[in-house]
Design a protein around this ligand. Structure first.
Ligand code: PDD
Length: 290
């Protein structure tokens, strides 16, 4: 079965779906994107992802390619046409096609819109039950990583460092202070059981999963602190974990060559993972209401 992609107004077999060579996404990484989880055919945190997409567009003075309702309709249609039950939807908006010149083209240039869907959501349960290794690497990204642009080369390089070390993720740090990971947000649990994660500043992508996990954790009675922490603190923490659309809640049991606590997934991370899973299992058809 061939995958169906939506490209600028048309649903096409993925093999026939192309964008123009003078698309600014291709030449300047002048585009923004979202990855959203589909769980039992339903979107996880649709409104959060749409809000963040609109914010990214606004921050870059980029026109929106369609209304929230129209975007949702297309996403739903791409999910339906690809028969995705558990998977992800990818949505990318580029500034559009114009002769190569750095400054933004005229407002008449129409943004490009691509939406695809993939089967497979989150890592397997066995990975989460064992916990994962991360490696630390300097965060060499630009100063506006709060905007979800497709300029992901430093993230790809960091993930490659992780892959070569047979690690699940790369923990990014600036002079020893953890910002986030290459495609997920980073957290630790202090000895007094406070859950800590970097505040939503320009230095991290404000994860949609992060926001939901903060809500779920507070509802469950945990103390949550949004503050920066260092790699040294993480090494002394009770627990370390990651969150993200493609990660859910993932316990970290090793940082570089050192184990976190006793080297087993922590109870807080496992509890939050279970609660996050229950949140996804509890979605209903209203999840498609943008
Ligand atoms: N990445 N930080 C970075 C740098 C990310 O790329 C992501 C998500 C996150 C987590 O955000 P969210 O909870 O909204 O997924 C944090 C997606 C999955 C990706 O690029 O594939």
């Amino acid at each position: 079965m061939s995958h169906i992609a939506y490209v600028n107004g048309r649903y096409l077999p993925q093999a026939d779906a192309y964008v123009h060579i003078e698309d600014r996404g291709y030449q300047f990484a002048d585009g923004v994107y979202e990855v959203m989880c589909i769980w039992n055919g339903l979107p996880v945190d649709l409104t959060g992802h749409i809000a963040r997409l609109n914010r990214s567009l606004r921050e870059l003075s980029m026109a929106s390619p369609a209304s929230d309702g129209a975007l949702t309709f297309i996403m739903k249609e791409v999910v339906r046409r690809n028969h995705v039950e558990k998977g992800t939807v990818y949505i990318q908006v580029n500034r559009g096609v114009a002769p190569r010149a750095h400054a933004f083209p005229s407002k008449n240039v129409k943004p490009s819109l691509v939406i695809t869907a993939k089967h497979g959501a989150g890592p397997s349960e066995s990975v989460a039950e064992a916990g994962v290794k991360v490696v630390t690497t300097p965060d060499i990204r630009w100063k506006r990583v709060d905007i979800k642009t497709v300029g992901l080369l430093p993230n790809a390089m960091a993930k490659q460092v992780a892959a070569e070390a047979r690690a699940f993720e790369a923990l990014l740090h600036v002079d020893g202070t953890v910002t986030e990971a290459s495609s997920s947000n980073a957290w630790m649990v202090t000895p007094d059981k406070t859950i800590v994660t970097h505040p939503s500043t320009n230095a991290i992508l404000s994860g949609i999963t992060r926001a939901t996990v903060i809500r779920i954790a507070k509802e469950a009675g945990y103390k949550v602190q949004e503050r920066a922490f260092t790699v040294a603190e993480a090494l002394k923490a009770k627990e370390v974990f990651l969150t993200g659309t493609t990660t859910f809640v993932m316990p970290v049991v090793q940082i570089d060559e050192k184990t976190v606590a006793n080297g087993s997934p922590g109870t807080v991370a496992l509890d939050l993972r279970q609660r996050y899973r229950a949140f996804m299992d509890g979605l209903t058809d209203t999840a498609w209401n943008a």
